[in-house]
Design a binder for this molecule. Structure first.
Ligand SMILES: *Cc1c(COP(=O)(O)O)cnc(C)c1O
Length: 353
């Protein structure tokens, strides 16, 4: 039987890869190293046992939206929730991108911004960054003027570089962008400022967040954005009905009761991040300043690929970015528990010796 051809514009696309290798210390996907608090699990199990499974979920996820709105001091109708922030971004791109429209990214950045934009049929214009991976405002201006993007993506802290986008840059890009500015803050809680403060009804700016990283809930697949209510109303039209199952709505709502526990985890990760950075200072590696729960680094004595392989031999898995455009020889390590970080640093020391 002949295979049926996919859309012409999808033929050249590759899927999203994150290789799964079985190791003792997994520091490759920027998850939280610890599960949610036990009290959360208990409360979740109790509520799940009362779910009316024969009924559709609350389509508007009313209570969850209200809880997120309270957390950020915004209105419920300024919050859109979906299955992971990737689905939030997909919904945004389905609503505003698509054939004949342009989306701007500044590379290197989160690969799925360009990938999902292309899936919707949009044209992606990839702006370059400065050599130190900071945003090049002259290039941003060129991209906005020549590409006329309907969506301009920023990512702060940026994955995979870890750099926090300064507020002044975000404001400048907002001033020059002809369309919507999206600030992906998947790691926002690890940084020292948030673009959430710039959201209002008059400004075409949205901020996306996720429960996958800070909130120890990558397994739940839950993310959201905060933006003007007129935009959220459009997204509600595009998303499939009943996309958020009842159990997930409960999981997210209950998680927001443990803000203090989450803050304690963030503080520990930030101090561990600083500890890894200072260990790097006495090793043959170059690393970039990070405002996230991961660090991008480049071994200077051995190739990145070899370091990656020898770390795997020692049962430590980091992300191999060495083959990605603009990231030659680079690796990205997620900050883990103190024990995991010790194991990583000891293995790296051995490999580089
Ligand atoms: C991990 C990550 C996401 C995806 O988060 P999910 O909510 O798990 O879909 C989005 N953006 C960036 C920059 C990320 O690193």
């Amino acid at each position: 039987m002949a295979r049926i051809a996919v859309r012409d514009d999808l033929k050249a696309l590759e899927g999203y890869h994150s290789p799964h290798v079985s190791v003792r210390v997994r520091l490759n996907t920027n998850e939280s190293p610890t599960p949610p608090p036990a009290a959360w699990s208990d409360a979740f199990v109790a509520e799940v046992s009362r779910i009316e499974w024969h009924r559709y979920p609350d389509r508007a996820a009313t209570e969850l939206r209200a809880a997120i709105a309270t957390l950020h001091g915004v209105d419920s109708n300024q919050v859109f929730v979906a299955n992971g922030s990737n689905e939030v971004l997909q919904t945004l791109l389905l609503a505003y991108a698509g054939p004949g429209r342009t989306v701007a990214t500044f590379e290197p950045t989160y690969q799925l911004h360009a990938h999902i934009a292309r899936l919707t049929g949009a044209t992606v214009i990839e702006g370059e960054r400065n050599d130190d991976f900071t945003l090049d405002l002259a290039e941003a201006r060129r991209v906005c003027e020549t590409g006329n993007p309907i969506i301009t993506f920023l990512c702060s802290p940026n994955n995979p570089t870890g750099l926090v986008e300064p507020e002044s840059n975000v404001r400048e890009v907002m001033a020059m962008a002809p369309g919507l500015v999206v600030v992906d803050e998947a790691y926002g809680q690890f940084a020292d400022w948030t673009a959430l403060d710039l959201i209002d009804e008059e400004t075409p700016l949205v901020v996306s967040r996720t429960f996958s990283k800070t909130w120890s809930m990558a397994g739940a697949r839950l993310g959201y954005l905060v933006g003007p209510s007129w935009l959220v109303a459009e997204l509600d039209k595009v998303i499939l009905p009943y996309h958020l199952d009842t159990a997930k709505q409960i999981a997210g709502r209950l998680a927001l009761r443990y803000v203090n526990e989450m803050q304690a985890r963030i503080d520990l990760i930030v101090s561990e991040r600083e500890r890894i950075q200072s260990a790097f200072a006495s090793m043959p590696v170059h690393s970039w300043p990070s405002g996230a729960n991961f660090i991008l680094f480049r071994p200077t004595s051995i190739s990145g690929r070899d370091v990656w392989r020898r770390l795997v031999d020692r049962s430590v898995l980091v992300r191999d970015c060495s083959g990605w455009p603009r990231l030659e020889n680079c690796l990205r390590v997620t900050v883990g528990t103190p024990e995991e970080n010790d194991a990583f640093l000891a293995a790296l020391q051995e490999v580089l010796a």
